[in-house]
Write a protein that binds this ligand. Sequence first.
Ligand SMILES: Nc1nc2c(ncn2[C@@H]2O[C@H](COP(=O)(O)OP(=O)(O)O)[C@@H](O)[C@H]2O)c(=O)[nH]1
Ligand SMILES: [Mg+2]
Length: 226
Amino acid sequence: MYHLLKGLHEYLTRKEEFSIIIIGLDGAGKTTLLEKIKTFYNDTPGLDPSKIGPTVGQNMGKVSLPSTILSFFDLGGQRGMRSIWHRYYDDCHAVVYVIDAQDRERLGEGWEVFDSVLSSPRILNVPLLLLANKQDTSTSMSATEIRQDYEVWDHHRRDSARRRYAEEEGEEEERKKRRIASLEVLGVSALEGQGVREAVDWLFLRVQNSRQDLGDRATRTGWWSR
Ligand SMILES: Nc1nc2c(ncn2[C@@H]2O[C@H](COP(=O)(O)OP(=O)(O)O)[C@@H](O)[C@H]2O)c(=O)[nH]1
Ligand SMILES: [Mg+2]
């Protein structure tokens, strides 16, 4: 009887788990963001920013919210590591792309990598959040400026592709355009925490809402939680 009741209790109080990947160029602030999320939501605080070195492989952090667990995977952003991002695409429920809003010199490189993420059909219907990080610095671009910068960059890319191949845009481009139009861009400071709760709230709501669309993704247990 005890086991039956225990089982029933576990079943009724079980939390749904969603996996969220945090990607972006190296130095964008992904690990600092993950550690800040841990500090805000968990009893044990995350690492102090002064203790964070370049990420080799992945870092993981779980956050427990009402009826939901969000598992964040911070993936290394160096060139060599970007090639493994796609392995996480099939099992993730949301994607966070972090951009360093202060580093104007690397914005183009950041957009190229962002563009390749947007082009991946496997995360086409997964909520995507663009974070303009380092808002605490006086020289950073705002979320609105970051969105505009990406739109201008994307416009140039499409223009030059059209000129080079002299052809009409295909279905993939149309999909990408729709995705960009509905893209959420938020300004944050991973270091000081400004905007971080809003970003987690957005993710929480979006993974709940897109649960039906994603169907089996939500109920399937990812290989990482085995
Ligand atoms: N000023 C400022 N610096 C940040 C912020 N987030 C990260 N950094 C700094 O940017 C550098 C790279 O951060 P890290 O989290 O290791 O980036 P990652 O390679 O994307 O994981 C470190 O020196 C961080 O302290 C932020 O919001 N504001
Ligand atoms: Mg890192």
